[in-house]
Write a protein of this length. Structure first.
Length: 270
């Protein structure tokens, strides 16, 4: 059983929802990321999503775009991100780590080479925002061949046929984008999310993670009642940005937010 599957199974047995924070690797400096990953786990994160800095992050709003720019100042590359995961694994063998990014750096590296390196580093799943399932057969085969879960996005506009196509290719969990738009927006309609999550569960047995628009304890609590995972990106990255000039304050600020979310989510589950 993969680390992702094992974590969801354990949480299901406890009646809890996964809390999955996102940070951009190398933001605001290369030495910040691994200590922050450990701190987030201690604060209640069940799984970590680590963004690969990219020059054209088309799915991201201004907050994560700026994080990519800060990380790229240091030349943070895909290989650097895998090195960070490897370093994290030296102390934490259990927490699932999902790498999120765009296809170009992976294509340059080569599917097999990337999958081998990611698996050896301790990555568990990969979100590649800009590859549609119709073009992903070779890529998905490389990931699955090395024990990596290919995680795909489903949007509010995805109909049943499209959801079936996506879920047939996916592993680990399905990432439901809670609204039409980019990361960091705030128009979260939990009732609409609940309807779509139920539709996804009708076509797939994979857990459903919900992201985009979750910014505080209240929105995390609301989404935890309908999804299997609450994915928090821009709200976390905002706190990183606020303290970019005083890096020692980053982990406490991020962990304060995650602690509030974790407590609210657990209270909602009773």
């Amino acid at each position: 059983m993969s680390r992702i599957a094992a974590r969801f199974a354990a949480l299901r047995a406890e009646g809890r929802t996964a809390l999955v924070p996102f940070v951009t690797a190398g933001d605001p400096g290369p030495d910040i990321t691994v200590p922050l990953m450990h701190a987030m786990v201690e604060a209640g994160a069940d799984m970590l999503e680590l963004g690969v800095p990219f020059s054209d992050p088309m799915a991201e709003g201004p907050v994560i775009q700026a994080a990519c720019e800060r990380a790229l100042v240091f030349g943070t590359s895909l290989h650097d991100v895998l090195d960070m995961v490897r370093e994290f694994r030296s102390r934490d063998a259990d927490t699932p780590v999902v790498v999120m990014g765009y296809l170009n750096p992976i294509e340059v590296t080569g599917y097999e080479t990337f999958a081998t390196a990611a698996s050896e580093a301790g990555v568990d799943g990969v979100i590649t925002v800009d590859i549609p399932p119709e073009e992903a057969e070779e890529y998905v085969a490389a990931l699955k061949g090395h024990g990596l879960d290919p995680i795909f996005l489903v949007s509010p506009t995805s109909d049943e046929a499209r959801m079936r196509t996506i879920c047939a290719m996916a592993g680990g969990f399905v990432y439901y984008v809670s609204f039409k738009g980019v990361t960091g927006a705030s128009h979260l309609d939990v009732s609409a999310v609940a309807t779509k999550v139920e539709a996804l569960r009708a076509v797939s047995s994979l857990p459903v993670g919900v992201g985009f628009g979750i910014k505080d304890a209240e929105s995390a609590r609301a989404v935890s009642a309908v999804g299997d995972a609450v994915i928090v990106g821009s709200a976390v990255v905002k706190r990183v940005a606020q303290h970019a000039g005083e890096p020692e304050k980053i982990a406490p600020a991020v962990c304060e937010l995650l602690g509030e979310m974790r407590r609210a989510m657990d209270a909602a589950r009773g």
